[in-house]
Design a protein around this ligand. Structure first.
Ligand code: NAD
Length: 371
């Protein structure tokens, strides 16, 4: 089997696999092809890949002959291309039309963002490896934009109070944002609808603000669920009080497969002092504030609202390294010892990540969207 690493679109600096992983792949008795320039955004040259045993091939050669295509973002497949296997992060529930087209072309598609969030899946959980980076980078971005210090300082020239950071959503990105803010010396408050995260938040030295009446998440596979209107009203009132005293707000609240909840209104933003910064990490699914725009800095009453749905890509080497490890661990499930594709749909991880196979949509939620 030939596995090809495609060059990502111009906006993407990450790559599916770094050169270091090529040798491990070759041991699985597959051939590895790389599109020239694939690793350049992550500071890896074509030569780095060749030294590890990969062969350079053009996109046209790859599309004609490779079996499995590794591409983080949707690759621009040439019309008429048929029966490829693709692995990446395709947000299929937000792109049902594209998936339907790929199904007609007979492609088999694994979208790693759809893996179940189980213990066994942790080593291939691309959402976690990338969200961790986004949470870290969100805090650095906020600190760089903020016109004041993060830590408390007592100097001969006077004292500086620590920055107050408010974090909405304590999943992987949110918890990393708490840890990074704390390391920089900020005082941190956190909201989440899952009471299970309270202890983790407190162990990182932040305050967890509880709102009563959160919906039961026991059947949601660890994910958050949509909340009642009454809860949303109570939560908004609590958030409004916290926001009025916050200097930095980092929002990460998402609901799997749905639009992100709007937790911060323009009116709330109006109560923040000028120079404050909001980073919205949920912007790719609609955003947690009324004013966020993806890849834009919006300024409202002196408060800067930064929407960036691909912050992980701003650390392209480590993001690619961790992503590549996730991919390698997943490939072990679908490639046998002879280097052939061997799909066991009895494995919940293979089934969970598989969106399309043999011209059919195999994921129930994606199928329901086609109706
Ligand atoms: P996410 O990106 O889906 O959401 C971020 C956070 O926002 C979550 O903590 C969620 O509870 C919170 N949220 C949603 N609606 C909210 C609202 N209205 N107000 C406040 N907060 C709100 O989360 P994630 O980081 O992808 O993690 C999702 C779940 O998966 C968590 O339970 C996490 O522990 C679990 N997880 C499991 C694995 C694994 O075992 N493979 C790996 C990582 C995460």
């Amino acid at each position: 089997m030939i596995i090809a690493i495609l060059k990502e679109p111009a906006f993407e600096s990450r790559v599916s696999l770094l050169p270091d992983e090529v040798a491990a792949l070759l041991k699985r008795k597959v051939t590895v092809w790389v599109e020239p320039g694939a690793g350049s955004g992550a500071f890896c040259t074509d030569d780095d890949y060749v030294k590890q045993g990969a062969l350079l091939r053009s996109a046209a050669e790859i599309f004609a002959e490779a079996d499995l295509l590794l591409a983080i973002n949707h690759p621009a497949l040439t019309p008429g291309l048929k029966n490829k296997v693709l692995a990446g992060v395709y947000q299929p529930l937000y792109h049902p039309g594209l998936m339907a087209g790929w199904a007609v072309a007979g492609h088999t598609v694994f979208s790693l963002d759809m893996l179940p969030r189980t213990t066994r899946a942790q080593s291939m959980d691309v959402l976690s490896s990338q969200a961790n980076i986004a949470g870290y980078k969100a805090v650095l971005l906020a600190a760089a934009q903020y016109p004041r210090y993060f830590p408390m300082l007592m100097t001969a020239a006077g004292s500086i109070a620590p920055a107050k950071v408010l974090i909405l959503g304590a999943g992987v990105a949110g918890l990393q944002a708490v840890a990074t803010s704390r390391r920089l010396g900020a005082v941190v408050e956190v909201f989440d609808t899952r009471p299970a995260v309270k202890e983790e938040v407190m162990s990182l030295g932040a305050r967890f603000v509880e709102v009563e009446g959160t919906a039961d998440v026991s059947q949601a596979g660890g994910y958050a669920v949509e909340q009642s209107e009454e809860f949303a009203r109570k939560q908004k009132a609590c958030i409004a009080a916290s926001i009025a005293r916050a200097d930095i707000v980092i929002t990460t609240a998402q609901i799997f497969g749905k639009k992100a909840p709007v937790l911060v209104t323009a009116e709330m933003i109006g109560t923040m002092r000028a120079g404050s910064v909001i980073i919205d990490l949920a912007v790719s699914t609609g955003g947690n504030t009324e004013l966020s725009k993806d890849n834009e800095h919006v300024v409202h009453g002196g408060v800067t609202i930064i929407g960036d749905s691909n912050l992980a890509a701003s650390l392209p080497f480590d993001a690619s390294k961790l992503y590549g490890k996730n991919v390698m661990n997943f490939l072990k499930l679908i490639i046998d010892d002879t280097g052939a594709l061997n799909l066991n749909f009895g494995d919940d991880l293979v089934k969970g990540a598989c969106m399309l196979h043999d011209g059919a949509i195999t994921n129930e939620r994606l199928n329901a969207l086609q109706a």
